[in-house]
Design a protein around this ligand. Sequence first.
Ligand code: ZN
Length: 150
Amino acid sequence: MVKYALACKTCQSPFEAWFSNSDAFDEQNDRGLITCPECGGSDIQKQIMAPAVSGTKKRESQSVPAVNPDPKLAAMMKKVRDHIASTHEYVGKDFATRARAMHDGEADAKPVWGETTLAEAKSLIEDGVPALPLPEPFAPPKPVDQKKLN
Ligand SMILES: [Zn+2]
């Protein structure tokens, strides 16, 4: 759903309306189906382009790893995954807390990997905490996932 701020060209009154997508506004407006709640006029224009995404919470990451046909790259990704899995401790959702504590000297520094939100990752980097985003193909399976597999 997209919310548009609209304005009536006849009486200048502003109003808002929801549309299923941006094309729906154009289509309905072309057919004169959108009318001004003040004067009933159908000469409507978009006030500003300010679509607001509605609905339930957006997922942080919806990226699906692409199947990569390059065997060299696939081997490299596996190497990275194996390396992380064998040398890094999985700390799950505690990643930001742990990385920050190590950076502040409140915890022993050791390689960890885990999950964090985009906002947390940004604030870590801004605070100079060494953290790197790990693209999906390079992330080893989480230990919990591994247990499920076995
Ligand atoms: Zn009007």
